[in-house]
Write a protein that binds this ligand. Sequence first.
Ligand SMILES: [Zn+2]
Length: 310
Amino acid sequence: MHAQKHNLLVFADGGFDRLALRRADDNWLEAQLSDAATRFVPVAGEDSLLSADGEPLILGAHKAEALRASAQATVLLGEYRGQVCFALGLAPDAPLPAGTVRSNLRPQFGVLEDDALALLGYARAMVHWHAHNRYCGKCGAPTQSRRAGHELHCTRCGNTLYPRVNPAVIMLVTHGERCLLGRQPEWAANRFSTLAGFVEPGENLEAALRREIREETNIRVGRAHYLRSQPWPYPASLMLGFRAEAESTEIRCNDGELAEARWFSRADIAAGLRDGSLALSLPGSSSHALIREWFEEAPGFVLSVTANTR
Ligand SMILES: [Zn+2]
């Protein structure tokens, strides 16, 4: 659809100003909310929204009026393409403008522009946080939005909640010229991905990585190094990407999280993608980026980014 170059990772950097210093400025916020130039990004339940022509649904103040009245959350997102934008958290069954398309955004990877995807990802994460924190976890009283939707404050005990991000490690484990990929039980029989798992309390990233790999495949890893991170709004993860070197090779899927794990050479991956016996995660995901980067380190290997998009 667009000719522009896409980032290695979607959602990673929208390049827009979040206007964080304005969040506590009530006069400024009030002025923005009554300004006809302000834009609104509705999210219905867990669904991001696109217009009938496939663009992000970003509404002007007038068109957003009815939705604003019924919104369960209003959150300042920042300045996007020169306009101040707020997310609107709507009920899953809220009436939407004619032609609106609901999306989990995955089919939009590599289709929508990077800043648009980052904005929509940010909006869905903030709206999800609001929808799941309507009551105080400490005393059960309703919470109230503050600081332009970036804090929730308990109306009884004063407890303050902040938007939460769940760190997860995602890693490409290599051994010599092969890499380790796994398949979750609910996935299609040909789909394989890098290993990943959430960081637990009391654990640093290195320990989480070693534990996850050991639990899921029984492989011991030695050296590991961090590469890059990606916000992943399904619903609120931060994927921390690593490369790790295996010190053992015998696979045993221990914990039931994986149906299967296998060592793949570059030639195995190339052949599998060619004949359809292998599908990787979508381009734009951390998993795809980790595999592609390793794959293309060997001369003559170029991972087709379109062969597995579906
Ligand atoms: Zn409370």
